[in-house]
Design a protein around this ligand. Structure first.
Ligand code: BG6
Length: 486
């Protein structure tokens, strides 16, 4: 199988915050890979911009270093060719410096995109100056990152700030989970097969589990993380998107607003979550590594590094089927998966001794992406009819060969979609606001009660109480286990 690369139109991409961490770790390596693959064609330019004392020459050296650090196999001729497309403009987001230079450099006859890889407090200043210096056109795109607000009020404010200068069709709000190949695959599995959709509802689905487990701690991001916690950092956005893709109605077409309309309906159908349906945790220290409280240098912190919650989607399709979500840091393994557990057969024709089994569909998102369907068969051999479960297991890497091993990073896909003008995998303003409208009361409820996260041992599945969340309902989480590497 050969992957097809369709080159995108010639573009000028300005990266505000071009010397920052996201640019270095994600944006530059993604652009380089797309250049190497032939998707970013000659004539396109990457224009780094920041207040730092760089010029085009020293910025090219910075870009070369980033490629060196984050891309294992790079040929020096390709890097040299890529660097020719890299430029730098020193600019003050809130002042006057540099804007005339940027205006002079930009071309009006190519696709223009502006990546706001800066603190949200600068969005307004950047948007306003792009307009007042007549740099942006009616077709320019702007790209913004999460966190998109920290509650409904701040998200509304950010939307209003951006919408004062740009139309919604020009605003690309990134949730990098939507750029993951396997997350897109969720839609292919659901809507490209006739097999699952008829069963995809409360009549046949007992419950759904969504797990995003990480082994890393909060690393060097303690200050940001402690103001956010797992709910704001992961659930309001990434897990919410996964939930939407699993729960939404089939859109009429795979088109931006058709898909986003359906996701929005799911978010709006979410019930409020009672506090006894939520378990929060904080990782403890172990022999080698510090605990959460030391990592964030805040001994009294009440912020969670783990959360598990039971969620209901109150609509015709899902009434009565719980969705259990959990995510946390410093857990036993890095793995993200979605489990769709089906109900038992309506009537068993076999004796009680045969045992009764249920079908379970597991979609592994990372690492080692694949699908596993647990089916019931007869245990081979004599001794009567006894039922056993066997996995029908498909790892994409085995099924598809090398193509599956060359899965592009989410940022590669998303940046190319910005240039193509395709918003399907980006969050619309109303979607983000609806997600905060659901999240806010949940956070307020634990804040007002002063609730304290349960400490948990690193390398485990999180606090014991999160197991209880399912045990109480006669269910259990799937084990968090190591699937191998990416
Ligand atoms: C980010 C969060 O959005 O996603 C991080 O801020 C988290 O805390 C990361 O570690 C997880 O992303 P991935 O792609 O490694 O699953």
């Amino acid at each position: 199988m050969v992957s097809r690369v369709i080159p995108v139109d010639v573009f000028d991409l300005v990266v505000f915050g071009g010397t920052g961490d996201l640019a270095r770790r994600k944006i530059i390596p993604a652009l380089y890979r797309r250049f190497r693959a032939g998707q970013m064609i000659e004539g396109s330019r990457v224009i780094g911009s920041a207040r730092s004392d760089f010029d085009t020459e020293s910025y090219r050296a910075f870009v070369a270093e980033a490629i060196d650090e984050f891309i294992a196999d790079h040929a020096s001729e390709t890097v040299a060719a890529f660097l020719k497309s890299v430029h730098f403009v020193k600019l003050d987001a809130t002042g006057k410096e540099g804007w005339a230079d940027l205006a002079k450099l930009m071309r009006k006859d190519v696709v223009q995109a502006f990546y706001f890889s800066v603190a949200p407090s600068l969005f307004g200043a950047l948007a306003e100056r792009l307009e007042s210096h007549k740099i942006a056109t009616a077709d320019s795109r702007i790209v913004v990152e999460k966190p998109f607000g920290r509650d409904l009020a701040s998200a509304k404010e950010l939307n209003a700030t951006l919408e004062a200068h740009f139309d919604e069709h020009q605003i690309y709000r990134i949730d990098h989970y939507l750029g993951k190949e396997t997350v897109q695959n969720l839609m292919a599995v659901r809507f490209g097969n006739v097999l699952f959709e008829p069963l995809w509802n409360a009549l046949f689905v007992d419950h759904v589990q969504i797990t995003v487990a990480e082994t890393v701690g909060v690393g060097g991001r303690g200050a940001y993380y402690d103001r956010s916690g797992a709910m704001r950092d992961m659930v309001q956005n990434h897990l919410m998107q996964l939930l939407c893709l699993i729960a939404m109605e089939p859109p009429a077409r795979f088109e931006p607003d058709a898909v986003r309309d359906e996701k929005l309906k799911v978010i709006r159908a979410l019930d409020p979550v009672r506090h006894d349906q939520i378990v929060r945790g904080q990782y403890k220290a172990d022999g080698e590594q510090q605990g959460y409280l030391e990592d964030v240098e805040h001994p009294d912190s009440l912020t969670e590094s783990f959360i598990a919650l039971k969620v209901h989607v109150s609509n015709w399709r899902w009434k009565g089927t719980p969705f259990y979500l959990r995510t946390g840091k410093r857990l036993k393994a890095r793995m993200s998966e979605i489990v769709v557990a089906f109900k038992p057969t309506p009537h068993s024709i076999f004796d009680e001794e045969a045992g009764s089994k249920t079908n379970v569909l597991t979609i592994r998102l990372q690492p080692n992406e694949g699908i596993n369907l647990r089916v019931t068969i007869k245990e081979p051999g004599p001794g009567g009819m006894r039922l056993v479960d066997v996995p029908l297991d498909m790892t994409f890497a085995d099924a598809l060969g090398p193509v599956a091993r060359e899965i592009p990073d989410a940022y590669e896909r998303l940046i190319m979609d910005v240039i193509r003008g395709n918003q399907t995998l980006f969050m619309r303003g109303d979607e983000v606001e609806a997600a905060w409208a659901w999240t806010d009361p949940i956070i307020e409820s634990w804040t007002s009660r002063g609730s304290r996260p349960h400490p948990y041992d690193p390398g485990t599945t999180g606090p014991e109480d999160s197991l209880m969340l399912l045990h109480r309902d006669g269910r259990r989480w799937r084990e968090i286990e190591d699937y191998g590497t990416d």
